[in-house]
Design a protein around this ligand. Structure first.
Ligand code: HEM
Ligand code: NAG
Length: 504
């Protein structure tokens, strides 16, 4: 009896001690947080941060992180806004003049990518998209060479895209004008182009492994918007111990790396250094040039990560844009009719569309650009980091801050676009001629801009024109198509069905 009583007293005493400890620690923790995030002199203004969480809970978490915070922050604070996501302090840049300074004039200070904990968990600092310094320079330069030289092989890249477009037409014809979800067919077709560059082969759409891979990628990119992944990035040291969708996400990434790894293994088996078939072969050859592995980024990890980066970046973005394109055609039949008329006049029904036709097809070209403007699939570009204390528009940007470029604001700027929130190809036309617009930057700009721009634009034009040559896209009877967005690593249409009615 006495013993239990004394142990109870002990327990109470230690509980009190724990509380006193926490209570004494709390002001210290608050002070540490305050000092760590104290805004320096001349720092861009922004909504007040709360201790520990920053601005994380002040508005709709995921939505604002990836896209449209509903608050009209720019009106209140101006073109540089500071926002803290938990531990990550960022500054959001709005407006063409400032975007140009960050991406070109002063780009030396903004070429780095920040360390994103979820990315680092899987890739370390390897690959192209999120690497920095020497690794980034080497990996990006190498990827660009491969992308450029690839057209020189047996078959030009353009020819390959034309052939793939015919495969796509064939599987869509099989739907016989009935409602179907175009998502994975378009993904397969687009992915096959980058597959042929990275893996040296295309896959049949029915190939079950290919379908598994496409589903895995879709799930992975979609879970990038999960709340716990955003929280993991804000508080990695806590959330790494907690269960949740972010753990599934990490497992998916490991699976993707393993799939790429096994493709690399089978390349090694029949590798001929004198006849590189694809990116992987060329990379294997590059690795042999550096016996000392410590001075180069051409190693096993980068082989996997750069291949995966190219494969993912080359699949998701372009196919999402094409899905937006078909959706806009179904919703704007008068625009679609003008595209049909132009195709019939310039190409006819039997010849394959090619990029040589682009100059004689200003309307179709304008439509593709307008789809990219409205689709706006990477709304905050990919984050950068300040590498040296910098003054921008009179504000002080300390080294280490994350920089986000608000492409949505640029693509929807009422001062730049006649009807900013409405699909309107006239934005890119003047007296019947195509007119490029300065405020159109879906691929960003400068040394870190999208290296796949040329490939993407070729694919978009040929796939889109070939599909419109053969089909009229319509909403299914009694189903309403919407422009609602599904959040993910990029902004995609919500899952929907569409009818592709053969034109002949
Ligand atoms: C419509 C299609 C596409 C869009 C809208 C798009 C957009 C972008 C944007 C906004 C960036 C960030 C640039 C920056 O930080 O300034 C980027 C980077 C990148 N894109 Fe694309 N992209 C597309 C297609 C492609 C394709 C087809 C490839 C494959 C070759 C690709 C590969 C990459 C890579 C590797 C990076 C990272 C570059 C670096 O960090 O240096 N993209 N893209
Ligand atoms: C980006 O700009 C859009 C349009 O002006 C705005 O609604 C949105 O809140 C901005 N996004 C962020 C993260 O500041």
């Amino acid at each position: 009896m006495l013993a239990t009583l004394s142990s109870l007293v002990d327990k109470i005493r230690s509980a009190i001690q724990l509380w006193t400890l926490l209570l004494t620690l709390l002001p210290l923790l608050l002070l540490a947080d305050y000092l760590k995030h104290k805004r320096p002199k001349n720092y861009p203004p922004g909504p007040r941060r709360l201790p520990f969480v920053g601005n994380l809970f002040q508005f709709d978490l995921v939505v604002s992180y990836l896209h449209l915070g509903i608050q009209p922050f720019v009106k209140k604070y101006g073109n540089l806004i500071s926002l803290d996501f938990g531990n990550i302090s960022s500054v959001i840049i709005t407006g063409l003049p400032l975007i140009k300074e960050v991406c070109t004039d002063m780009e030396q200070n903004f070429l780095k990518r920040p360390r994103i904990p979820s990315r680092e968990h899987v890739f370390k600092d390897n690959g192209i998209v999120f690497s920095s310094g020497q690794t980034w320079k080497e990996q990006r330069r190498f990827a660009l060479t491969i992308l450029k030289n690839f057209g020189l092989g047996k078959k030009s890249l353009e020819q390959r895209i034309q052939e793939e477009a015919q495969h796509l037409v064939k599987v869509i014809e099989e739907e016989k004008g009935q409602p179907f979800d175009p998502h994975f067919r378009i993904n397969n077709a687009v992915s096959n182009i980058i597959c042929s560059i990275t893996f040296g082969e295309r896959f049949e759409y029915e190939d079950s492994q290919f379908q598994e891979l496409m589903k895995l990628i879709d799930a992975t990119l979609c879970s990038a918007a999960s709340v716990t992944l955003v929280l993991y990035n804000a508080f990695p040291s806590i959330f790494k111990y907690l269960p949740g969708p972010h753990q599934t996400d990490f497992r998916n990434w490991e699976k993707l790396k393993m799939i790429v790894g096994s493709i690399i293994d089978s390349h090694r088996k029949d590798w001929n250094p004198d006849e590189p078939r694809d990116f992987i072969d060329a990379f294997l050859k590059e690795m042999t040039k550096y016996p000392d592995k410590t001075t180069t980024s051409f190693n096993e990890e980068n082989l996997i990560c750069s291949t995966l980066d190219l494969f993912l970046a080359g699949t998701e973005t372009t196919s999402t844009t094409l899905r937006w394109a078909l959706l806009y055609m179904a919703l704007y039949p008068e625009v679609q009719e003008k595209v049909h008329t132009e195709i019939d006049g310039v190409i006819g029904q039997w010849r394959q569309p090619s990029t040589d036709d682009r100059d004689s097809m200003p309307y179709t070209n304008a439509v593709v650009h307008e789809v990219q403007r409205m689709g706006n699939i990477i709304p905050l570009s990919i984050p950068r980091e300040v590498t040296a204390d910098t003054t921008l528009a009179g504000f002080h940007l300390p080294k280490g801050k994350m920089i986000l470029i608000n492409l949505t604001a640029l693509h929807r700027d009422p001062k730049e676009w006649a009807t900013p929130d409405t699909f309107n190809p006239e934005h890119f036309l003047e007296n019947g001629h195509f007119k490029m617009r300065e405020s159109f930057l879906p691929f960003s700009m400068g040394k870190r801009a999208c290296p796949g721009e040329h490939l993407a634009r070729t694919e978009l034009f040929i796939f889109f024109t070939t599909l419109l040559q053969k089909f009229t896209f319509k909403p299914p009877v009694n189903e309403k198509l919407s422009l609602k967005i599904r959040m993910g690593l990029s902004l995609t249409p919500v899952s929907h069905r569409i009818c592709a009615v053969p034109r002949l």
